[in-house]
Design a protein around this ligand. Structure first.
Ligand code: IPE
Length: 269
């Protein structure tokens, strides 16, 4: 008998800076991966889709060969392969930890099932994912090098996968596990008066995004701007999003359980 998927899925992203050592190439943060696998296992949220980032696995190689810029030179082809390989290596560490915590995780390689157009997902095979969720599996995807109908190839970020899958699969919730506590009123590293924003509406998010875009803080926000863009798309589709610090114990657990947690909740409002 096939179980019916009556509850809407939750999508959880584990940022690359959380699960890898950003300073050392190709180095997983095994302590963090192990702890997070334990938290996910204990929370027992189902249906659940997991997406992880690249950190020190995907980014350095992708940058060296300018994979995100698209195909310009045959020498990049091997770089595409190396970027994808690095991501599968990181993914293996994540898979091993999840499965050893009795999570029925199955990896889904974006490069094999998604095609982008100018960097945005244009085509993605969702049937295996839907069937996995129905049977109680936890599909695990990751930011990857993918084929692109305009540029030859591109980098599909984990954040874009999160919003796109959440929308396509009718998710109720997104949890973004980042390496910061959430969104701040200003750059917390440069401004001591910066305060964590615990709750935001879509309108407030748009004006905050606008402010950050116009400031020099873009770099120090550590890719927060791109994250905010993806989050905005999900919230426009009425999917509540929580940003929590996944480097701190129990934040992801509490967010998964729907408990009160330090972080930023964004709702359509
Ligand atoms: C990047 O994925 C993947 C590659 C560079 C191949 P993400 O953009 O989701 O990774 P993080 O979370 O920022 O490290």
């Amino acid at each position: 008998m096939v179980r019916r998927m009556s509850v809407k899925p939750t999508v959880l992203k584990l940022g690359g800076s959380v699960i890898t050592d950003k300073e050392k190439p190709l180095t997983p943060n095994l302590k963090a991966i192990e702890r997070l696998a334990g938290e996910i296992s204990r929370a027992k949220v189902s249906p659940l889709i997991l997406v992880h980032g690249g950190g020190s696995f995907g980014h350095p190689i992708a940058e060296r060969y300018d994979i995100a810029g698209g195909y310009a030179d045959p020498s990049q082809i091997l770089g595409f392969s190396q970027t994808h390989l690095a991501m599968t290596l990181l993914n293996s560490w994540v898979m091993e930890a999840l499965i050893s915590h009795n999570i029925a995780a199955v990896e889904v390689h974006p490069s094999s099932c998604a095609v982008t157009k100018a960097g945005r997902i244009a085509n993605m095979e969702l049937e295996p994912l839907k069937k996995m969720l129905k049977l109680g599996f936890v599909p695990v995807l990751y930011g990857d090098a993918v084929l692109d109908s305009e540029k030859g190839f591109a980098i599909l970020s984990g954040d874009q996968l999160v919003s796109s899958l959440a929308i396509a699969l009718g998710a109720s919730r997104i949890i973004m596990g980042a390496d910061v506590d959430g969104l701040y009123t200003a750059d917390p590293k440069a401004d001591s008066s910066a305060q964590l924003i615990s709750h935001l509406t879509l309108e407030e998010l748009k004006s905050l995004k606008h402010r950050i875009e116009g400031s020099k803080a873009t770099d120090v926000t550590g890719g927060m701007l791109g994250k905010m863009h993806e989050v905005k798309l999900a919230i426009e589709n009425d999917i509540e999003t929580v940003i929590v610090n996944a480097t701190k114990p129990l934040r992801v657990y509490k967010a998964l359980k729907g408990e009160k947690v330090t972080g930023t909740i964004i709702e359509k409002g």
